[in-house]
Design a protein around this ligand. Structure first.
Ligand code: DLL
Length: 437
């Protein structure tokens, strides 16, 4: 029998859920209109009357909020509450320009922890579990986000944070961790170092991995599950909305349940901004409807997914988003052809002689884009089949050609030469943008 952290909220009939969303959205709109100059101006420009808002469909008439809007209001310009009510600040890494800064009130922190507890519970985590939390602690929302959720659930949390992989493995074996929280790329690295240390993961009590913060394919999931001998589930979120916990898979692993009692999700066509019907792939847009510190209206995530509002096998009624397949800004345009790193990962993970460590190197020579794929081969292949490597490279290239329609120059690399990630993996090196590495 499936059981729930908050049965009423998680299995609420959709009609009731939509009514609750409308009621909460109305309050949020008035709140941002009265307390955030940015929203007051934008809403006035849009012609929507925040006091006369009557229908969820009218959400589409409200303006979007973008990362640039947050940056322009750096650091605290989007906060809807005075600083004395803000108890925590997080921020995105901000590789270009100002980072985005978000603030949480006491209620926001409680809400966030509760959402994570709900997520953990939905993948079978209980009070007697020992959660090894290997997301980075600090301004990144992964570490503290999962941490407080685990405590609210009542499980035991080990706040190990990212890095120092051998210590991670010693802790995992000595303390007998049952749950691992980290990015999927770090999970693979942990698996690799563990095997080198002679750890047999199937003999450990580790059971579930709660993994997110970066895109990962089904093929990558299969690899992690096999190597670590666990169920690996996908958790999604972004600092601008709350952090991890915006959505999470249940053990059915058929899409991530969006916490629709706190966030309204829309899928839009990124080119036109028009709302798309369920099932169609597009950019996710979120509106928070219970947050206090920094409520957000129609935030354009640039993350691509599709929505399934049907009731899940687990009985939860909250719509499920498909595993995010990447970001609009991760899309590479190679000689006019659009390619997502996830499409390459999908092909690569099916080739059993290669390791799940790769880097896509894009360059432009003589005005022509070129794409190289660096991928590691296993020790045995590397030493045994040195003379066949070239043939092997072209066989991978031809598989990629049939999947994405462009020629990729495949370069097999010696084991352990591609940089490992302990947080979000960097899959693309775009020399056209002056990146080096
Ligand atoms: O990455 C929050 C998080 C922490 C999620 C831990 C899950 C686990 P940011 O640093 O603000 O927040 O980065 C947000 O990361 O817009 C996506 O592009 C990407 N992302 C997050 N989760 C997933 C996922 C955290 N499950 C950005 N699949 C988002 C694909 C993801 N991409």
């Amino acid at each position: 029998m499936v059981d729930y952290w908050e049965k009423n909220d998680e299995t609420m009939p959709r009609e009731k859920l939509l009514a609750l969303q409308l009621e909460r959205l109305k309050k949020t709109l008035i709140g941002v209109y009265e307390h955030v100059k940015f929203y007051r101006e934008r809403i006035d420009e849009s012609g929507v009357d925040p006091y006369g808002f009557k229908n969820l469909d009218d959400l589409a008439n409200l303006p979007f909020t973008t990362k640039d809007d947050l940056r322009l209001n750096y650091p605290f310009g989007m906060f809807a509450r005075p600083m004395e009510e803000i108890v925590r600040i997080h921020s995105s890494s901000g590789t270009t320009g100002n980072p985005t800064v978000v603030g949480y009130t006491k209620n926001d922190i409680a809400l966030w922890g509760n959402l994570i507890a709900r997520n953990l519970y939905s993948v079978g985590v209980r009070e007697n579990d020992l959660i090894q939390n290997s997301y980075g602690y600090g301004l990144f929302t992964g570490g503290l986000g999962l941490h407080y959720g685990a405590e609210i659930l009542g499980a035991t949390v080990i706040p190990v944070s990212g890095g120092n992989t051998q210590r991670q493995l010693k802790i995992m074996a000595d303390y007998q961790s049952t749950v691992l929280c980290c990015t999927p790329s770090y999970a693979l690295y942990i698996a690799e170092v563990g095997s080198e240390m002679g750890i047999d993961f199937s003999s450990l009590p580790l059971r579930v991995g709660v993994m997110g913060a970066e895109p990962w394919t089904e093929e990558m999931r299969a690899e992690i599950e096999r190597r670590l001998s666990i169920d690996a589930v996908d958790i999604y979120g972004l600092s601008e909305i709350i952090g991890p916990g915006v959505s999470c898979e249940c053990l059915a692993k058929k899409g991530l349940h969006v916490a629709e009692d706190h966030f309204i999700i829309e899928i839009i066509d990124p080119a036109t901004g028009k709302t798309l019907p369920p099932g169609q792939r597009g950019e996710m847009v979120f509106t928070s409807i219970t947050k206090e510190g920094i409520p957000i209206i129609r935030y354009r995530t640039r993350d691509l997914s599709a929505l399934d509002p049907s009731v899940c096998a687990c009985g939860r009624t909250h719509a499920r988003m498909a595993k995010p397949m990447g970001r609009t800004d991760d899309m590479l345009i190679i000689r006019g052809v659009n390619v997502f790193p996830s499409q390459i990962e999908e092909v690569l993970m099916k080739v059993k002689e290669v390791e799940p460590h790769y880097l896509i190197v894009v360059d432009r020579k003589n005005y022509l884009d070129s794409m190289e794929l660096w991928v590691e081969v296993s020790e045995d292949i590397f030493s045994e089949k040195m003379n066949e490597l070239e043939a092997f490279e072209s066989s991978i290239a031809s598989k990629l050609y049939s999947a994405i329609g462009i020629h990729v120059n495949v370069k097999l690399k010696e084991p352990k030469t591609i940089k490992r990630s302990m947080g979000k993996a960097k899959r693309v090196l775009d020399r056209r943008k002056g990146e080096s590495g």
